[in-house]
Each structure stands twice: as structure tokens, then as C-alpha cells.
Write a protein that binds this ligand. Structure first.
Ligand code: EJD
Length: 400
């Protein structure tokens, strides 16, 4: 290697992914992140970062060099204790990860999803019909949160009373991946009460017999896992499966309200619902930022990263990287979204993506067959959040 090709240290840039300005409108910051270099170092937090599609993918696909066992938020579990017992899938590496993920994955088989299709469809139609009758709705509470709180929580088999705790818990999980800032503190304000409800919902005695939760316990009955491990794996459904899809539904409505010609295209052919959701995932990725931790010194994009360093992956920036996408800032349900990283990728790629697709397909179909126009009717407000992108409030009018 000639000195001209020798790996360099990452350029330091002044982008703060946890500042109010970034959070409320990340896109100009994403451009700085991508243009700063293949890999940069964030001055404010002293971590490496990449927003380039090519390198986000490369990191996701090399879990031996970029591990998850030290946490997938900004804090390194080896230096700072995690706020909850770590997830047995998200925050582990092979071989444990492989074994635990297989237990979850079996519950989400194509056959299992086929059997949910009818229920999801009925509920989406019922909910959307009642909302169209009302006309003006607050889309976050009335639709985006209501739908997964009904169909996903039913599918896992958790009790009906107290399900709102799942929204609060998701806020803890996803703000908990950020630094210990004001958003973190706010999300954790009621941590004990919320965690207690969730942990109790994950116990064998409180799960319905036919849901994903009890299917996890089947692994305990064969001796692979203890009951406590099964509760922790069930917790993964409740951590990952509600706030993510809720924000996806809100973002989808906003995308279509802002791009009425795309709404008309979907109305004309509701079979485009699945493709439309993929474009929502690319264009307004509900989950924006992941971290990995280097297991050894490595070189990425010609930049040396030392061992045991956190590297931030901006999925949101990668999904609009002009090096990968043509016209990345336009919302177009007819484009190819192949290769978007809204569901992550590699061995940790979203295990629930097929159920997320099923939920969004049913919601978008129910809307597309009943609503001629989605109109913003008030002041939508993005939720200030360390890792999720979505709305705190989204007042809309659904015209029949
Ligand atoms: C997640 C980005 C868990 C867990 C798994 C996945 C997520 C959160 C929590 C969804 C991350 O196993 O607890 S989108």
C-alpha cells in the first residue's frame, strides 16, 4: 500500500444527531453526514458514523467486526450498564443470537402470517370505516397507535387493559438508544411502572394460549430456554412491534397527504399498497439510527476505526443517499425501493418485517378503497425522539 492509499482517521464533523434541530428536520444534517466522508467522527459525541448507503450496508453485513452485544444505542454496555436486562436478540451476537432469533422467527412463519391476514384486514376495515365517518381525526392516536395496539398486541396475546403502556415502553426502548439527554430522561420518567406492566404481560400466566408469546414458551417446554428467557424474548415483540409500526402508519399518512398524486395512484390500484409501504420506509424511515461496536481495529471506506468504538449508522441518511437513489428526496411509490435499509439488514435485519408489511398493507388498502383525499387539517408536529421519526400529533381530514 502506498502512503497515498494509507487508511486515514475519520474527518471530524459538527453534526449532532441528538440535537433538536437535527431531530425535527434531519435531512440537511443527513447530507452533511454523507458528504463529510465515507465514515466520519461526530465531534459532539466522539463516535464514528456513516450515512452512506454503501457503508451502512457493509457494517450491517459484517457482524463479526461490528457487533451488537455491546448495545445498539450510543452507550457501550461494557462501559455503562444498560437500563434494562439486554434483549436476547437485538443486543446479542452469534451463537446466542442465532439460537434466540430462530425461536422468534418460527412464530412469524409465512403460515402464521397467513392466518393473521383475515383478522388484520377486518380490523383495518372496521377502524378506517369509523374514522371516515368522523372525518376529522388525530391520526396518531386514532389510527397509527390504535391499529397495532389492537392487532399486534392481540397477536402476541397480551392483556387488553393497560396496552397504552406499550407506547410508553417503546418510547423508553427507542429513546434509550440515544444519549442520556432530556428526551431520555423524559421517556424514562415512569420507567418502573411501565417496565413492570410489560414484564408482567410477558409472563406465561398472562399470555393468551394462541399468541406469539405462548409460542415462545413452547421452546421452554422443550428445554431450550428457561421461563425467564421466554419472558425476555416475548418482551422483544412488545419492545419492537408497536412504536415502529405506529410511526410507520403516521408517516405513511403524511407522505400521502403531502403527495396527493401518489394517493390517487394508490387509489387507482390498491394492489400497490405493499410497494407504497416500502417507499414510506425508504422516504421516512420510522427507525433512523442504529449503532454497532467494533470488535477489532478495522478499515471502512479507507478510514481506520479503532477497536471497541461505537459507529452510528444513519438508516435515514442511507435511504436518501443520492449515490444510491435517483431523486432521493421525492416520494414515488412507483420507484424501485430494492436495497433500502429501513428494516436494517444482515443477521439482525428486522425479524418482524413481514408482520409490519401485513399491517401497513391492510391499513393502506382500507384507506385507499374508502378515502378520496387525505388532508392535513391543523398543525402536525414531529415527536422529538432520539431514534424514531414520526408524529406526536397529525390532525387530518379523511374525505370519503
Ligand atoms: C428494534 C430498531 C428487543 C428489540 C428488538 C428490536 C428493536 C427494539 C427492541 C426495532 C430496533 O429485542 O427488545 S427497530
Amino acid at each position: 500500500m502506498t502512503s497515498i492509499d494509507a487508511p486515514l482517521a475519520a474527518p471530524v464533523i459538527d453534526v449532532d444527531p441528538f440535537s433538536d434541530d437535527y431531530i425535527l428536520n434531519p435531512y440537511p444534517h443527513h447530507a452533511l453526514l454523507r458528504d463529510g466522508g465515507p465514515v466520519v467522527r461526530l465531534k459532539h459525541w466522539n463516535v464514528h458514523a456513516t450515512g452512506r448507503h454503501e457503508f451502512v450496508r457493509a457494517v450491517l453485513e459484517d457482524p463479526e467486526t461490528y457487533c451488537s452485544g455491546a448495545g445498539v444505542g450510543i452507550s457501550n454496555f461494557k462501559q455503562e450498564p444498560p437500563w434494562r436486562p439486554p434483549s436476547m436478540v437485538l443486543e446479542t451476537d452469534p451463537p446466542e443470537h442465532t439460537r434466540n432469533r430462530a425461536v422468534i422467527s418460527r412464530t412469524l412463519s409465512p403460515a402464521a402470517l397467513r392466518s393473521l391476514r383475515g383478522r388484520f384486514e377486518t380490523e383495518a376495515n372496521r377502524l378506517v370505516e369509523s374514522l371516515v365517518e368522523r372525518g376529522r381525526i388525530e391520526a396518531v392516536k386514532d389510527l397509527a397507535e390504535a391499529f397495532p395496539l389492537k392487532v399486534f398486541a392481540d397477536a402476541v396475546g397480551v392483556p387488553e387493559t393497560g396496552r397504552d403502556y406499550l407506547i410508553a415502553y417503546g418510547n423508553m426502548v427507542f429513546n434509550g438508544m440515544g444519549p442520556r439527554n432530556a428526551l431520555y430522561a423524559k421517556a424514562m420518567a415512569n420507567a418502573e411502572e411501565v417496565s413492570n406492566w410489560v414484564w408482567s404481560a410477558c409472563q406465561r400466566a398472562n399470555l393468551s394460549p394462541d399468541g406469539f408469546g405462548m409460542q415462545i414458551y413452547a421452546a421452554a417446554d422443550t428445554g431450550i430456554l428457561t421461563d425467564t428467557e421466554c419472558a425476555t424474548l416475548t418482551r422483544s415483540f412488545l419492545s419492537a412491534g408497536v412504536d415502529t409500526t405506529a410511526n410507520a402508519i403516521g408517516n405513511a399518512l403524511y407522505c400521502f397527504a403531502k403527495n396527493p398524486e401518489q394517493w390517487q395512484a394508490l387509489r387507482k390500484d390498491p394492489n400497490l399498497a405493499r410497494a407504497a409501504f416500502e417507499e414510506v420506509m425508504r422516504y421516512e424511515s420510522p427507525f433512523q439510527t442504529f449503532f454497532r461496536t467494533t470488535t477489532k481495529e478495522t478499515v471502512l471506506g479507507g478510514i481506520t476505526i479503532p477497536a471497541d468504538e461505537k459507529i452510528m449508522l444513519s438508516l435515514g441518511a442511507a435511504n436518501r443517499d443520492p449515490r444510491q437513489w435517483s431523486d432521493p428526496d421525492s416520494f414515488n411509490i412507483g420507484r424501485s425501493t430494492l436495497g433500502h435499509v429501513g428494516f436494517g439488514g444482515g443477521i439482525h435485519g428486522c425479524v418482524g418485517q413481514m408482520i409490519a408489511r401485513l399491517e401497513l398493507e391492510m391499513v393502506l388498502r382500507a384507506l385507499a378503497t374508502r378515502v378520496s383525499s387525505i388532508e392535513i387539517d391543523g398543525e402536525p408536529r414531529h415527536q422529538p425522539h432520539n431514534t424514531l421519526r414520526g408524529f406526536e400529533t397529525l390532525p387530518v381530514r379523511l374525505l370519503p
